[in-house]
Design a protein around this ligand. Structure first.
Ligand code: CTP
Ligand code: CA
Length: 226
């Protein structure tokens, strides 16, 4: 069992976790992406499995990370693919944790052949369109009564105030907020965060391994499932 946990308190529960970062293709060889490593989502998957849950891990571009033992891994590429996989897995889920960095925009068009530069011509600007907001969608239209939904947010300034606003806007139950900066968080083994709850709760998580933050998230989820 996970550190400090004496009971398989997620036994009989199905939890869905999204991890990694989506990639939005411009052409067959290029994409718009982000720096999310997927490590926090994988730590959430390992700790949930250790606490007895059935785990579905929707993994966006996480090649290089080993599949956690006993976890159902669903690989996805784009935000639209991630949405499909999350909606499907969430139908019978007790809890959903959106740890993935989902691209807010995607290129408006996809070139089926490689985009070529032209002599003496400046490049065309890249037109973008909005991607669906998966967290807001599953929170507004819960697949099951009592389903617990958790979001993640990385903020650079006014971390708590922006976190509270985002929690209200998304309509989820918990929002894990961490401060990012030049040398913080991306790809790191450790994390530091505050978990904000829709009921007003605020749980600080000191700097430590991503497993420790994951266990705090599951403690808060398990308390809401009881
Ligand atoms: N998220 C999502 N779908 C999107 C964008 C984000 O489901 N299209 C989820 C992320 O997985 C994360 C949470 O929403 O759990 C917060 O993501 P964040 O990028 O911080 O929120 P945004 O509403 O996109 O706000 P911002 O403009 O600050 O990027
Ligand atoms: Ca965003």
């Amino acid at each position: 069992l996970a550190r400090g946990v004496t009971e398989p308190d997620l036994a009989g529960r199905h939890v869905v976790i999204s991890a990694g970062g989506t990639r939005e293709p411009l052409d067959p060889v290029r994409f718009l992406g982000n720096r999310s490593s997927g490590k926090q989502g994988y730590a959430l998957a390992r700790t949930a499995a250790a606490r007895g849950a059935r785990v579905t891990l929707i993994a966006a571009n996480t090649t290089g990370l080993p599949d956690p033992a006993g976890v159902d891994v669903v690989p996805v590429g784009t935000a639209v693919e991630l949405r499909e996989a999350v909606l499907k897995a969430t139908r019978d889920a007790d809890a959903v944790v959106m740890a993935a960095a989902v691209a807010d925009f995607r290129p408006a068009t996809y070139a089926t052949g490689k985009i070529k530069k032209k002599d003496d011509q400046e490049p065309e600007p890249v037109a973008l369109v909005r991607n669906p907001d998966v967290l807001a969608e599953i929170s507004a239209d819960r697949a099951r009564p009592g389903q617990v939904i958790v979001g993640f947010a990385a903020e650079t300034d006014d971390v708590l105030a922006n976190g509270r606003k985002k929690l209200a806007r998304k309509g989820c139950d918990l929002l894990v907020v961490n401060e990012v900066g030049e040398r913080k968080t991306f790809g790191a083994e450790e994390n530091e965060a505050v978990v904000l709850a829709a009921d007003g709760g605020e749980t600080p998580v000191p700097h430590g391994p991503k497993e420790a933050l994951a266990d705090t998230v599951w403690d808060l989820v398990a308390a809401r499932l009881r």
